[in-house]
Ligand binder design. Sequence first.
Ligand code: ZN
Length: 89
Amino acid sequence: MEGQICPYCGKKLEVWEPHPETGWSDYLLVCGNDECEYFHRAREKVAEECKVNFAYRYCLNPKTGKAIPIVTWCGGDLSLLKGRAKKGP
Ligand SMILES: [Zn+2]
């Protein structure tokens, strides 16, 4: 199942092994690209609607073939609300 690419940015998905306490038993494939269109769109939406520095990353469950958005914290240079990150195209 390795070598899958993100449908939004074309980058290779990274294997992400969730912490056992999250309840996920299997590993997931996640797009770790900070320039990913999916990530940028989610970040803008969350920043506008919720005023918080969260975004979603594209994540694929290789067992089911289903995409699950993974919530990610956008601190520091990834923060839109602090005006540090540029809005996407
Ligand atoms: Zn991507």
